[in-house]
Design a protein around this ligand. Sequence first.
Ligand code: SAM
Length: 267
Amino acid sequence: MHIAPRKPAEAGRITLIGAGPGDPELMTLKALRLLASADDVLHDDLVPPEILALAPKTARLIPVGKRGHRPSCRQEDINALMAALAREGRHVVRLKSGDPALFGRAGEEIAAAADAGVPVEIVPGITAGFALAAALGVSLTHRASAHSVRLVTGHGREGALPQDLDWRGLADPATTLLVYMAGRTAGHLAERLIGCGLPPDTPVVVAEAVSRAGQVLRGLTLAALAGEGSVASEHPLMLGIGEVFRDCPALAASHPSCARSQAPIAA
Ligand SMILES: C[S@@+](CC[C@H](N)C(=O)[O-])C[C@H]1O[C@@H](n2cnc3c(N)ncnc32)[C@H](O)[C@@H]1O
């Protein structure tokens, strides 16, 4: 009797894809190509339906969102699910907002894939802070006023402002700050930066839903932000802080100085 050798199962793999800030046109060609070959798409809450619609009709869409202060999927469960599906020979796409390597726990997912012996590839995406600069029409660096850019979280482990940040470095007036997940801690952040020497009239932009329907960009000063305390939104929200945001065109169109305008400006 002839027994045909068993066909080895096709190797599974994991691809961490950056979906960008929300506008599907800001995705890379590589992201689109690899998304098109997904068997399973595990996606964050912030990935909008227009981008999920770009996955193959045959792909399973699995929401695994984690939103601060709301019920969330456990990271260990996400890691285990990705590894299990890849071991079945499936192409697992982990679709994350912005860039997967920024504030997205990609390090834990990469380590878990390595432990499971599953190959993992990363496709970068446009982070929300870079899309904010584009939406405002400003450069994040400037030879005269900003020689570094720092991407910072405003959300520590317990949801409060992280205490172990390099506050003196962050208060450098020649640094542009892009602060993620800072809605609740915005006022404390502003107070702390002023306390460490950043001038109270430093321009701030509160940016909601950058590159999405409902985008709102609002200019104020660091002192005004300290007075406001927390800033709430149902949309993703981040802060830009620094001299590069002074008199920026998108805000100055309606207000003479973006550093002083308080009214929301729908873009
Ligand atoms: C878990 S972090 C993920 C960041 C993402 N990996 C990136 O590179 O943009 C989520 C935070 O990013 C910021 N964010 C993401 N998309 C945004 C958008 N379209 N507009 C404003 N902020 C955004 C918000 O601060 C949000 O709370």
